[in-house]
Design a protein around this ligand. Structure first.
Ligand SMILES: *[C@@H]1O[C@H](CO)[C@@H](O)[C@H](O)[C@H]1NC(C)=O
Ligand SMILES: *[C@@H]1O[C@H](CO)[C@@H](O)[C@H](O)[C@H]1NC(C)=O
Length: 364
């Protein structure tokens, strides 16, 4: 949780406390914001009294998301990892001066969790008006899918003057509120039926996948991958090793610099291949279909020889950071390994998406 964020947002604000318990993440934060008070704590480790002593107008938070993903088996509020989230909900009505603004992020699926229902109930009781949206970076022109749930809430005017709970505006369920465009972008959590929908083409790609990619690449409101690449990247260093090419070639999501799309980067990027993020075809002159056609019937050596023509590589951490909307001023401390950088980025939010939502929140 950070209280109001000025970083590149054009919003004049001071962060009064940044709270996280993760050592790596805290090192990265400290490196970029040496003057911001950083509390190495869990949320539930902070007392009501400590919150009351802190002058803040805004809470930005991303409660642990494992319980709400499929991988987390939908444990939902019975899952101990939701503890910090429930603690905040318990705290909010008891604060002597509740924050005027709240922004909360979570994974797709949160919108239909019981944790979300608790959140909405608490906000309503405390006199907040709010909006829920599903947003992907493509909506701000960034060629990366990362569909996430966001809730922005504002203490309603009467509540602010009386500091008492009032009935807020009627609530519109997220499905009706979010625009269809925002909801079509599906990132890595594609519904089951999509995956099995149609026949496999030359790679393990269905015609539906191919159609989606083509239409994404034709969306001129989204910039090209090229704009997010490092000019001087050490290409060799990020090339996919032969072992990975042989084993996973058909599962890779491959993009070219001219593309206007990439799939969601997760914390396993650079280590695991399937569903962790796109890889880049750095040799644009090679035709992908020609490489993949008839690949199955070749021996390993021939396969490798063909696949290496594409010069497939991982995006560098800096390039992933660019696609995550991080400003140029952002950097990693020297001691953060590449693997840690990918892990931290994979758990991060898209900065430009948050900036857009902050502006919307402040104009509510
Ligand atoms: C932060 O807290 C964790 C867990 O309590 C501890 O292991 C770590 O050393 C602390 N880091 C710093 C910088 O104090
Ligand atoms: C710290 O964060 C990184 C990346 O966000 C994650 O991979 C790692 O598991 C976390 N460590 C702990 C102790 O939670």
């Amino acid at each position: 949780m950070v209280c109001s964020h000025a970083w590149g947002s054009g919003i004049p604000a001071t962060v009064v406390a940044a709270v996280d318990i993760n050592t790596t993440t805290n090192q990265i934060y400290k490196h970029n914001f040496p003057d911001t008070p950083l509390w190495n704590k869990t949320i539930e480790g902070i007392s009501l009294d400590a919150f009351d002593k802190l002058p803040f107008d805004m809470i930005l938070m991303s409660p642990p998301c494992q319980p709400f993903t499929r991988i987390g088996l939908q444990g939902d509020i019975s899952d101990p990892r939701t503890k910090s989230f429930l603690y905040i909900l318990d705290l909010l009505p008891r604060l002597s001066r509740p924050p005027r603004f709240i922004l909360l992020e979570n994974v797709k699926g949160f919108e239909s969790s019981s944790a979300r229902d608790c959140l909405v109930k608490t906000l309503t009781q405390c006199g907040y008006t709010f909006q829920e949206v599903m947003v992907s970076p493509t909506s701000v022109g960034i060629p990366n899918s990362r569909l996430r749930y966001f809730l922005i809430a504002k203490l309603s005017a009467e509540t602010q003057s009386t500091q008492r709970s009032k009935t807020p505006d009627a609530f519109t369920p997220p499905a009706e509120r979010a625009s269809p465009e925002q909801l079509t972008d599906s990132g890595p959590l594609r519904p089951e039926e999509d995956v099995e929908a149609s026949r496999v083409l030359y790679k393990q790609e269905t015609s539906k996948d191919a159609q989606r990619k083509t239409s994404q690449n034709n969306d001129l409101s989204v910039r090209r991958i090229r704009d997010f690449l490092e000019p001087e990247v050490d290409e060799e260093h990020f090339l996919l090793p032969p072992r990975t090419l042989l084993r996973y070639a058909l599962l890779l999501d491959i993009v070219q610099p001219s593309c206007r799309r990439s799939v969601c980067f997760t914390k396993g990027y650079g280590r695991y291949v399937e569903g962790t993020g796109s890889v880049l075809q750095s040799c644009e002159g090679t035709e992908m279909e020609a490489v993949f056609r008839g690949l199955d019937s070749l021996c390993d050596e021939e396969k490798l020889q063909k696949l290496s023509q594409l010069r497939l590589r991982y995006f560098s951490p800096r390039e992933v950071a660019n696609l995550m909307g991080f400003p140029q001023s952002f950097s990693f401390p020297e001691q953060t390994s590449t693997r840690q950088q990918f892990r931290a980025l994979g758990n991060s939010l898209n900065v430009e998406v948050v900036v857009g939502l902050l502006h919307r929140l402040l104009s509510l």
